[in-house]
Design a protein around this ligand. Sequence first.
Ligand code: G3P
Ligand code: MG
Length: 297
Amino acid sequence: MMRRMKLVLSIIVVLTWSTFAVGGDRPTTIEEFMSLNNPTRVIAHRGFSGRAPENTLIAIERAISVGAEMVEVDVTVTADGHVICLHDETLDRTSSGSGLPGEFTLKEIKTLDAGSWFAPEFAGERVPTLAEVLGAVKGRILINVEIKPEAVEHGVVPKVADLINLHEMIDQVVVSSFAPEALRLMKIVDPAVITASLFNKEIHTDRDPLEIIQEVGSRGLNVSGGRVTPEMVDRCHSHQIPVAVYTINDALEMRRMMELGVDAVFSDHPDRMLEVTAESPGSLREFDHPLTVTQPG
Ligand code: G3P
Ligand code: MG
């Protein structure tokens, strides 16, 4: 009788765990995701934004269904201090509203349609709060929360730290930003929050990405596909820093990224990236002589 109960319990434990691991070996912690020598990881950029309105709950659900290993969202703050998911500095492109998010309360922003601009079938989709997003992804998919630089002066950093802790998701969230001061501040507010430095030559001019990483104590480098180089990848790896590249939507570019040995790829089309990784799981990074490639941009 006891043995039967034990068997039933074991089955329940295995089934519960496997709900997280939909899509095979989906990593369950940021540490696991960011460890080196894994097959190239797939990050759904702003959710499955190639197929659903970016930075919305429906785009995140679609990213989970397709089997992405991480979802990325951009965050900023409302006039009344709520953290919401929005990429642009204004509401204009991705909602029925107009103007700066910081000029409206959450209640006002929640009246906006954040889906119709993408396709009529998404009419009525709302701008989500980070709290709603964390609640939706917890235990299902890892998340990269990108703090928009313009929100830093409005107190977004401690608010994001509070939300991560409130949801007990310190091991499931990585916080990134183009603003080194956001990541530096995050380490002061809560050193346990894992961060990644977003690098862009236009913003950071001739700075060495590794120098920025060391200065702000971040764990990873997120760099654009036009800027990543084999030397950058090798140098980061020699310091145990994983490299994630954005935003790669073309299958040829995806293969090129794998040949460079990057650790993860942000894509609006995570389904495409998953197909590419399935063609040659993990093998491209092991090439002794990575292919010579032309750098766009
Ligand atoms: O975090 C990677 C990527 O999202 C950075 O650029 O402008 O799409 O937020 P952007
Ligand atoms: Mg982003």
